[in-house]
Design a protein around this ligand. Structure first.
Ligand SMILES: CCCCCCCCCCC/C=C/C(=O)SCCNC(=O)CCNC(=O)[C@H](O)C(C)(C)COP(=O)(O)OP(=O)(O)OC[C@H]1O[C@@H](n2cnc3c(N)ncnc32)[C@H](O)[C@@H]1OP(=O)(O)O
Length: 301
C-alpha cells in the first residue's frame, strides 16, 4: 500500500493510474482522434465521457480504481451519463470502455453486498436494474471495447451492448463466474447470456461459472471480435461506423423488437426481483460465502 494525501491507495491502483498518465498524452491525441478545440470531455468522478460530436459518438470510460467494481456510486454516475447521452441528439453511439489498465470491470462491488442493511441492498439492486434497463434498451448504438478482465457484472455490462470487442490478452477473461462465489446470476443476466450465446452454452457457462479466455469467448459468441490490446478502441470505433451506416429509426425499432420482451420480464417485476435479491443476499450462508471470497481476493493482493 502507498500513502497518498492521507488515503490508503493500493500500489496496484497507482500502477494502473499509469494509464491515466496517458490521459495527458491523450490531450494532444484528442485533435488527431477528432476531439478538436472547443470539444470538451465531460462526465463525473468515476465516468469519463469523451465526446466526438462530429462523428456523433462518445467514448464512455469507467475510471473507478482499483478495478471498476460496480459500486452504488459508479452505477449511479453511469446511469446519469447514459441518460444525458441518450437525450442529446448530437450522439448516435457510445463506446463503453475502461480507463484502467488490465480491468474492464470486476463486476458487482462485493463490499456493497456484505454486512449492509436490507435497505442498502434494495437501493443497490434498484440501481443495478436501472443501469441494465437503460443500457440494454438504449437507442444509441453501444459498442463495448473490453480492454481488461470482465467477470460477472462486468460481463453483464458487455452483454448489454450491441457489439463487443475484446483484447487478446490472457488476463482479459470474461464470463458469468457467479456460482464460483456461491451466488446466482439474476434471471435477466441469464436471459442476456441465452440471447447472446444460446441456451446450451449459457447453461454450461452459468452453472460452471466459466471465465472465458479471449479465443474461447469468441468461439462461443460471447464477444464479436478479439484484437490486439492496442487496437481495441480503434476496432470498436470501426465497428461503430458500420452500425451507424444504418438509419437510426430502422435500427432502433429492430433493437427494441429483439430486446423489449427480455427487458419487460424485469420491468414488470422489478420490485419482486429486488425482494428476491435482498432475501438471498441477507442469508447468513451467502454473507459468509461473500466474506470469504472477498478476504481471499484481498489476501491475493
Ligand atoms: C434466487 C436468486 C435471486 C437473485 C439472487 C441474486 C444474487 C446476487 C448475485 C448477482 C450477480 C453478481 C455479480 C457479480 O458481479 S459478483 C462479483 C464477481 N467479481 C469477481 O469475482 C471478480 C473478483 N476480482 C478479480 O477477479 C480481480 O480483482 C480482477 C481480475 C478483476 C483484477 O485482478 P487484479 O489482480 O488486477 O486486482 P486484485 O484482485 O488484486 O484486486 C484489487 C483490489 O480490488 C478488490 N476487488 C476486486 N474485485 C472486487 C469486487 N468485485 N468488489 C470489491 N472489491 C474488489 C480486491 O479485493 C483488491 O482490494 P485490496 O486492494 O484492498 O486488496
Amino acid at each position: 500500500m502507498a500513502l497518498m494525501a492521507g488515503l490508503r491507495v493500493p500500489a496496484r491502483a497507482l500502477l494502473r493510474s499509469g494509464c491515466w498518465l496517458r490521459g495527458a498524452a491523450l490531450a494532444g491525441a484528442e485533435a488527431a482522434a477528432g476531439l478538436g478545440a472547443g470539444v470538451r470531455r465531460f462526465g463525473s468522478q468515476r465516468v469519463l465521457v469523451e465526446p466526438d460530436p462530429a462523428a456523433g459518438v462518445a467514448v464512455v470510460k469507467l475510471k473507478s480504481p482499483p478495478v471498476n467494481s460496480l459500486s452504488l456510486e459508479l452505477l449511479t454516475e453511469l446511469v446519469i451519463s447514459l441518460e444525458k447521452l441518450d437525450n442529446d441528439k448530437t450522439f448516435r453511439g457510445i463506446v463503453l470502455t475502461s480507463d484502467l489498465c488490465g480491468v474492464f470491470s470486476a463486476g458487482l462491488d462485493l463490499t456493497e453486498l456484505c454486512g449492509r442493511s436490507p435497505a442498502h441492498y434494495a437501493e443497490y439492486w434498484r440501481a443495478l436494474q436501472e443501469l441494465w434497463l437503460r443500457l440494454y434498451l438504449s437507442g444509441l448504438v453501444s459498442v463495448a471495447a473490453v480492454n481488461g478482465a470482465s467477470p460477472a457484472g462486468g460481463c453483464l455490462l458487455c452483454l448489454s451492448c450491441d457489439y463487443r470487442v475484446l483484447a487478446d490478452s490472457p488476463s482479459c477473461v470474461i464470463g458469468p463466474n457467479e456460482t464460483r462465489l456461491g451466488i446466482v446470476a439474476p434471471f435477466w443476466f441469464k436471459d442476456c447470456m441465452v440471447n447472446t450465446v444460446g441456451h446450451r452454452a449459457a447453461e454450461q457457462a452459468l452453472q460452471l461459472g466459466t471465465l472465458f479466455p479471449p479465443a474461447e469467448a469468441l468461439r462461443v459468441g460471447l464477444v464479436d471480435q478479439v484484437v490486439p490490446e492496442d487496437q481495441v478502441q480503434s476496432t470498436a470505433l470501426a465497428a461503430m461506423a458500420r452500425w451507424l451506416a444504418i438509419p437510426d429509426h430502422a435500427r432502433q425499432l429492430t433493437k427494441s423488437m429483439m430486446r423489449k420482451p427480455t427487458a419487460d420480464r424485469l420491468a414488470k417485476h422489478r420490485e419482486a426481483d429486488v425482494q428476491s435479491f435482498v432475501s438471498f443476499v441477507s442469508r447468513d450462508s451467502i454473507q459468509k460465502a461473500l466474506q470469504t471470497y472477498l478476504e481471499k481476493l484481498k489476501q491475493k493482493g
